[in-house]
Write a protein that binds this ligand. Structure first.
Ligand code: SF4
Ligand code: SF4
Ligand code: SF4
Length: 289
């Protein structure tokens, strides 16, 4: 009897993030029959990425010197690197640490504990290693994780969240003011913009199956810009969202602009802050799932 072919091995490296990506991956149970998870400190008690590992999934951004060391060491051992989640690709929670108040909290602690050395600013992982595939989302859904591991080219998704949402955009329902985040009653089947919610699904790449907007929660753009904007400055994306609201609503343009740039909303739209890497080339669309 011939021996069963060994399963391809993959590892998960967590840098500065929140572990939400790992939880989502664990929910994608289908990979259990097709892949062998050999390294993931959250759940697997190995101390290093084994030499014969094929795929490395990296979550979290590069925020300190330990992140750089671990990332370079792990990436050198594998055939393919997949950047998973907003933090690893374009900002996210770890990028919020660039704010002075957050940085000061960390620096105050660093003298009392043996913490890694904080870098002057945070970075995407492709500032240090070559990335073969980008998997944006905060976190990417289990379905997207499966697609990244098994068949990224064959994954069928709408170009933007609106395509997957199914809510109808109405011409004659024009709100005059924005409704506060998570306030008011949400009508089923009707576009959230018609109801005055700041939904940015019209410029956000599809693939998540609109898991937020279908039940009535505005899209905050965690999948990042759609292909139309992925190679452009984030200001182009902001202008586009503004145009959509001006076309579909009677909300004063200043109110929309203020909301889009408010500190409160920027916490939700942090996905679009992107790392201000001088001279970093745009990520090729074909490498983004
Ligand atoms: S992308 Fe989101 S879920 Fe993943 S590590 Fe960052 S904050 Fe957490
Ligand atoms: S704007 Fe939001 S609610 Fe409206 S169709 Fe697009 S994703 Fe759905
Ligand atoms: S609907 Fe928007 S915020 Fe929600 S998962 Fe999809 S891209 Fe992210």
């Amino acid at each position: 009897m011939s021996e069963a072919k060994p399963l391809p091995k993959f590892a998960v490296l967590q840098l500065s993030g929140c572990a939400g990506c790992e939880v989502s991956l664990i929910n994608a149970t289908e990979w259990v029959d097709n892949y062998q998870l050999v390294y993931m400190p959250l759940v697997v008690s190995t101390t290093a990425v084994p030499d014969d590992t094929e795929i490395l999934l990296v979550s979290g951004g590069v925020r300190n010197d330990e992140d750089i060391y671990n990332l370079r060491k792990a990436a050198a051992k594998v055939d393919r690197v997949i950047a998973v989640g907003t933090c690893a690709i374009s900002g996210g929670v770890s990028n919020l640490g660039d704010r002075d108040d957050v940085r000061n909290i960390f620096l105050a602690q660093s003298t009392r504990h043996h913490l890694p050395h904080l870098l002057p600013k945070s970075h995407p992982i492709d500032a240090f290693v070559d990335v073969d595939l980008y998997l944006p989302g905060c976190p990417p859904t289990p379905e997207l994780f499966m697609a990244a591991l098994t068949d990224p080219e064959g994954y069928e998704a709408g170009s933007i969240v609106c395509v997957e949402c199914g809510r109808k955009k109405l011409k004659d329902m024009r709100p005059t003011h924005l409704v506060g985040f998570q306030q008011g009653e949400v009508l089923p089947d009707i576009c959230l913009i018609n109801q005055g919610y700041l939904c940015v699904g019209s410029s956000t790449r599809g693939g998540c199956r609109a898991i937020c907007t279908k039940p009535g929660h505005p899209c905050v753009g965690c999948r990042g810009p759609s292909n139309a904007y992925i190679e452009k400055e984030s200001s182009v994306w902001f202008d586009r969202v503004q145009q959509v609201f001006e076309r579909m609503t009677d909300i004063p343009p200043e109110e929309i602009k203020e909301a889009l740039h408010s500190p409160q909303l920027s916490l939700f739209l942090f996905q679009f802050t992107d790392y201000s890497e001088g001279g970093r080339p745009p990520r090729p669309k074909e490498k983004v799932l």
